[in-house]
Each structure stands twice: as C-alpha cells, then as structure tokens.
Design a protein around this ligand. Structure first.
Ligand code: AMP
Length: 231
C-alpha cells in the first residue's frame, strides 16, 4: 500500500505520518526532512535551499524530482511500501511522480488530504516546536513537553522552533499551498484516489479518522487486486 499525505503546512502531516508509518509498516518519506538534512550538511546547495525555505517558497521541481526519484528507487529495491509526506506539492511533481512509479512498476493506492483552515494553521504553526536532537514534535499549547524545555523522548534540552515557522514564512507557505498545491486535489479526485480527513482536533482523534479511511480503501483496493489476480 503506497500513500501520499497531502495538506497545508501545519495540518499535522508529519505528526500523523510518524504514527502511520509505524502502524502500517510504511517507509516514511518526508521531502521537508530530506531538505532540512541537505541544509544541515552545509553543502553546495544548502544556502540556496535554506533561503527559499525560510521565505516559505517551494524548492524548484527539478531538484525535488531528482531527490525523490533516487529515494523511491532505493525504497523499491528494498520492496518497501511508502508514505509520501510533503510530495507532490505541484501538478508538475504529481505528473512526474506518476512517471517514477510507472518506471518502478509501483502504484499509488490513496491520497489522504488532511484539511485545516488558514486560521487554525496560523495558530498551530506559531506554537510549533521540535527537539533538534531526536526530531520529536511539540506545541506550546496543544502538546507541550511534560517538563518545560526538555524532550519527553530523549531528555535533550534542545527544544527549538523551525526557522521556517516565522510569521513571514507562514504567509509564504500558505500562498504557495493555495496557488500550487491545492490544484492537486481535483487531479487526484478525478482519479478516485482522494480521501478527505478533517484535521481539526486532537492528534489521536485525527489519527482515528485516518485509520478509518485506510480501512475503507484497503478493503476495496486489496479485494480488487485479489479479484484481478484470479482472472
Ligand atoms: P515541510 O516539512 O513538508 O513543511 O516542508 C518544509 C519546506 O520544505 C517547504 O515549505 C518547502 O520550502 C520545502 N519543500 C518540502 N517539500 C517540497 C516539495 N515537494 N517541493 C518543493 N519544496 C518542498
């Protein structure tokens, strides 16, 4: 089962992807995390990528496609199913993803869209924190660490904000989302791949909604494939 997780910035894609990948044994591929790793290496492209991310812009498609096709080809050699978080973000990326999957003889089973309105997004992003040592996510209001400033998981005191969670960056990210990513919804709806999930509410409540969606399409998809295999 291969899944794309779509949604505006701050909708909770990363948080949900972390638990979904564990529950369903999916390889979690987050293009945002891949880019943050590139920035951290301080290599040739890191300055350019950091500057775009800090403004809330999108990294050019050619760079993203190269990155993603390398990663999918590695995962498919290991016969892993994947959960894509943060890709595709443009129609061009969606078309290229179709090509990459076809070349690897893979198929997309579902696109889950976590919906959240702009007001909730700003609230969520402006309180977002993460542990710079182990990556665990927190929120000042909705999910603070049990002990202020200390990571529940690894005990690190390195709890920080993402550099692209500033007010000006949030505006840029929302603009990019509405202009470039929202057109993916009709694209996947037309192909009967799109499942909408309300992203408002506690993490476990949203997770329950996603689980219901996965149960519904998994039943249809696998029943369909078994039928095809019998023909
Ligand atoms: P995320 O962690 O998914 O919120 O992504 C953080 C930032 O990384 C985005 O605001 C973009 O600047 C960049 N980014 C992540 N994925 C993509 C993508 N598929 N295409 C272009 N830029 C991306």
């Amino acid at each position: 089962m291969n899944i794309v997780l779509l949604g505006p910035p701050g909708a909770g894609k990363g948080t949900q992807a972390a638990s979904l990948s564990e529950s369903y044994h999916l390889q979690w591929i987050s293009t945002g995390d891949m880019l943050r790793e590139v920035v951290a290496t301080q290599g040739d492209m890191s300055e350019m990528i950091r500057a775009i991310m800090d403004k809330g812009g999108l990294i050019p498609d050619e760079i993203m496609l190269q990155m993603l096709s390398n990663r999918i080809s590695i995962e498919s050699k290991g016969k892993k199913n994947f959960l894509l978080d943060g890709f595709p973000r443009t129609l061009e990326q969606a078309h290229s993803l179709d090509g990459i999957l076809k070349d690897q003889n893979l198929q997309l089973d579902a696109v889950i869209h976590i919906q959240l309105d702009d007001q909730h997004i700003v609230e969520r992003i402006s309180g977002r924190l993460y542990c710079a040592d182990c990556g665990t996510g927190y929120h000042t209001v909705f999910h603070p660490p049990k002990q202020a400033g200390i990571c529940d998981l690894c005990g690190s005191k390195n709890i920080v904000r993402r550099s692209d969670d500033s007010q000006s960056s949030i505006e840029g990210r929302l603009r990019e989302h509405h202009e470039k990513t929202a057109p993916l919804l009709p694209y996947y709806r037309q192909r009967d791949l799109l499942y909408e999930v309300d992203g408002d509410g506690r993490v476990d409540v949203v997770q329950g909604r996603i689980n219901e969606v996965i149960a519904s399409f998994a039943a249809n998809t696998f029943a369909g494939r078994e039928k095809e295999a019998c023909l």
